[in-house]
Write a protein that binds this ligand. Structure first.
Ligand SMILES: [Fe+2]
Length: 253
């Protein structure tokens, strides 16, 4: 009669208790909170609300990373610094003391190589730069671009490798790590928010211990709602992430 209990599967590792918030990540370094410069926050008031939401979720610092993309968002460090100033001023007005910095999410293509990199990049942490590649296919001259980035003294962090659904074998990411590229998972990827294949790739990479960092990639209200939902209703996943040991569990400069 106790067969039911005996059959209960014991295959899931015990990751300990689920956290109450995201404070196992001290800093979120991937989001789109400078108003009106990309496909992220549209208004200053929304940016302010998002920063305050991050504070409630347990983060202690935000390094926001608007897109710099030759085809869509030709942002410059000056444009982004000016936007940051507005956000900081607005936060002061509402009495929010959350530290906010700005870097960027650089789209790696020839525009980046020819027009962006030579003028200097916005960095965080240890001269790190957040980079992304096409969702349609791996850049043909990726090696050339990576070499140029590293030769200029920057340490690239590849955003959401699990979202490049055309990658069939995670060994490409193992090789990238050996070449000094760090990897950042989107927090919503293992929830299934971006679809089942991306969830599966994220799980595979978590299991292989390939990720260095996790971050929100927050663009809008729906992302925030899903992060809150994840915290409330995805306890085993939250416990797993809290136990993982992401390197942004300390405040990055
Ligand atoms: Fe992003």
């Amino acid at each position: 009669m106790f067969g039911f209990f005996k059959k209960k599967k014991e295959t899931q590792p015990d990751y300990g208790p689920a956290p109450d918030d995201f404070s196992f990540l001290a800093v979120d370094f991937h989001s789109h909170l400078i108003p009106g410069v990309d496909d992220g926050s549209k208004e200053l008031a929304h940016s302010c609300d998002f920063v305050q939401a991050f504070e409630r979720l347990g983060f202690r610092k935000i390094i926001t990373t608007p897109h710099i993309h030759g085809d869509f968002y030709r942002n410059t460090p000056e444009i982004l610094q000016a936007g940051l100033g507005e956000v900081q001023q607005a936060l002061k007005t509402v009495g929010c003391g959350m530290p906010v910095q700005v870097a960027a999410e650089y789209y790696l293509d020839n525009y980046f190589l020819d027009e962006v990199l030579p003028h200097g990049l916005l960095t965080f942490g240890n001269n790190q730069v957040l980079v992304e590649v096409s969702m349609a296919g791996w850049p043909r001259n990726f090696d050339q671009i990576l070499f140029a980035v590293q030769a200029a003294g920057y340490n690239p962090v590849l955003a959401h490798p699990e979202r490049y659904a055309y990658v069939e074998d995670i060994s490409i990411f193992k090789e990238l790590k050996e070449r000094g590229v760090e990897l950042q998972m989107n927090l919503l990827s293992p929830t299934g928010y971006y679809g089942a294949p991306i969830r599966q790739l994220a799980e595979e990479m978590l299991t292989a211990g390939l990720y260095d960092y996790a971050a929100s990639d927050l663009h809008h209200e729906r992302h925030l709602a899903n992060l809150e939902e994840m915290l409330r209703h995805q306890k085993p996943l939250m416990a797993r992430l809290a136990a993982y040991g992401f390197k942004n569990n300390v405040l990055l400069p």
